[in-house]
Design a protein around this ligand. Structure first.
Ligand code: URA
Length: 212
């Protein structure tokens, strides 16, 4: 597993405003959108392309286009939905699958309540969107769904991770697939409720409000 922390002053600046508890939801959403586009730019550096011949107004030349099958983007509902628009700006022709997962606050295990993925993901580059890699359980369950469908190349784009979650994820993946995690920062630790410290709180609540 490869972990890539994007070291850029604009990424750190936007993340700082996201962390601030007084940042209101509309600004939070806007910043997640901008931040994801910056992360997506790096996360798609190895996207598969093939050569294509085109006519400019002046001459024939060779450029590139995305290879088929097109990549698939999978936001993990609810909070990952807030990352979709930022990703689509960078990769507008990607297809989109959905996974709905929540964590059981007692066992911290991931519960799946929605799964809308193509049956065959072999030869597809997959981009999973999940803002907070805390215990790693949600991302592990999501990546397992993709690997079961034949995916071999998975990139997770997250805003923040805890070292504990990264370690659990790495142990789980082993050498079964080529998995990359692209992040804005790796924080200090998890607290007793498995929240990332210093973190930014509950990403879903900050994006969309508290629903339970
Ligand atoms: N999920 C969140 O939204 N925040 C955390 O800190 C951990 C999990």
């Amino acid at each position: 597993m490869r972990v890539q922390v994007i070291d850029h002053p604009l990424v750190t600046h936007k993340l700082t405003v996201l962390r601030e508890k007084s940042t209101p939801s509309p600004i939070f959403r806007l910043l997640v959108d901008e931040l994801v586009s910056l992360l997506a730019y790096e996360a798609t550096r190895d996207i598969s392309v093939e050569e294509t011949e085109i006519e400019t107004p002046v001459a024939t030349t060779v450029g590139v286009q995305l290879s088929h099958p097109l990549p698939i983007v999978v936001p993990i509902l609810r909070a990952g939905l807030g990352m979709l628009a930022g990703m689509e700006k960078i990769l507008p022709t990607a297809e989109v699958g959905f996974l709905g997962m929540k964590r059981d606050e007692e066992t911290l295990e991931a519960i799946t309540y929605a799964n809308r993925l193509p049956d065959d993901l072999s030869n597809r580059q997959c981009f999973v969107l999940d803002p907070m890699l805390a215990t790693g359980h949600t991302l592990i369950a999501s990546i397992d769904y993709l690997l079961e469908r034949g995916a071999k190349d998975v990139t997770a784009i997250c805003l923040l991770a805890a070292p504990e979650g990264l370690k659990t994820l790495e142990e789980h993946i082993g050498d079964r697939a080529d998995v990359t995690v692209v992040l804005a920062a790796v924080d200090e630790k998890l607290n007793d409720q498995a929240y990332i410290v210093p973190g930014l709180g509950d990403a879903g609540d900050r994006l969309y409000g508290v629903i339970d």
